[in-house]
Design a protein around this ligand. Structure first.
Ligand SMILES: Cc1cc2nc3c(=O)[nH]c(=O)nc-3n(C[C@H](O)[C@H](O)[C@H](O)COP(=O)(O)OP(=O)(O)OC[C@H]3O[C@@H](n4cnc5c(N)ncnc54)[C@H](O)[C@@H]3O)c2cc1C
Length: 279
């Protein structure tokens, strides 16, 4: 094994990243399984002692989730109901041990097409806060994950937080995951849906994201557009049609056939919308 650094100050962490190639380690729940049976030769930067990466804070416009925040901390946090598309996903990530170790930031940096945190964060319009010795930048999540296991992070950068803007109007959201069994399963399809409603009950904004049906989870822009101005009431799920899934590119793999994934995605989108319309 090579170098193992566990700094407490962010300045120390970014200086170490600028000085040489390091592999960032958070909860290790993606890192270690990817290295089973192989010697651990990477030089490691463990980010779990960085105080600046801990905790969930809030200001007038947004919530800031530190990059070292674990799924179990998110579940225990006192968050508004419109966070459901993320907190419901958190409850379905692995089991308790995984939720106690794994971080939201690790889930997005690992950039798996089946990462359960990504659709909810896309629906919430999350932005990723990134630090290096060159300063701090904020990138929309849609621009951060570039492909299967590929992100826009440079070798000398680390993710410090996830920033989630507050909705403008009354909002509610949900998350639905389909796997081959109920728990401890890699998703076949997952859907996150968030709607904002005007005072007359019509939809003022909608964000619908589907995961595991393309290399990177995608928002369904055409469906979001078609939902605008409609009453959020039972039956709203019927607005979603197969044509709205045109942006997805599901594949055949060991978990499901592409055609099954498409059918399941449409069913989950419709169910998600109905759940949001329920009293
Ligand atoms: C048994 C089991 C069940 C699981 N179930 C699920 C599931 O149901 N759904 C799901 O989506 N995932 C699941 N996972 C995968 C994993 O738990 C999650 O993706 C988790 O959120 C990863 O977070 P971590 O902190 O452990 O990341 P790590 O393993 O520490 O890191 C993952 C990647 O992110 C990078 N990274 C981490 N933090 C930063 C940072 N701050 N800045 C830059 N790069 C960073 C690392 O370099 C690495 O490439 C499961 C894993 C296991 C072992």
């Amino acid at each position: 094994m090579g170098l193992y650094l566990r700094p407490t100050e962010i300045e120390e962490a970014v200086a170490a990243l600028a000085a040489g190639k390091l592999t960032i380690l958070a909860g290790g729940t993606d890192f270690y399984p990817a290295r089973v049976g192989k010697p651990l030769s990477d030089d490691i930067l463990d980010v779990t002692a960085l105080a600046a990466l801990r905790g969930i804070t809030e200001d007038e416009h947004s919530f800031r989730i530190g990059a070292a925040v674990r799924w179990s901390e998110l579940i225990a946090a006192d968050l508004p109901p419109w966070f459901a598309c993320l907190t419901l996903a958190a409850r379905e990530i692995g089991g308790r041990q995984i939720q106690n170790a794994g971080t939201l930031a690790g889930n997005i940096c690992n950039a798996s097409p089946a990462a359960d945190g990504v659709p909810g964060l896309l629906a919430l319009d999350a932005a990723i806060e990134i630090a290096s010795t060159r300063g701090t930048r904020l990138l929309p999540l849609a621009d951060f994950i570039l492909g299967n296991r590929r992100t826009a992070l440079a070798g000398d950068e680390l993710v410090t937080a996830i920033v989630i803007p507050k909705p403008h109007a009354a909002a509610r959201s949900t998350f639905l995951k389909l796997g081959a069994r109920k728990y401890l399963v890699i998703s076949i399809v997952m859907v996150a849906a968030l709607v904002e409603t005007a005072s007359d009950g019509t939809i003022a904004a909608a964000s619908i994201a589907v995961g595991a049906c393309s290399a990177v989870a995608r928002r369904l822009a055409a469906l979001e557009q078609d939902l605008l101005g409609r009453k959020l009431a039972p039956g709203i799920g019927a607005v979603a049609t197969a044509a709205h899934l045109a942006e997805l590119a599901p594949i055949d793999d060991v978990r499901a056939a592409a055609a099954y994934r498409s059918d399941a995605a449409l069913a989950l989108v419709a169910r998600g919308l109905e759940a949001l319309a329920a009293p």
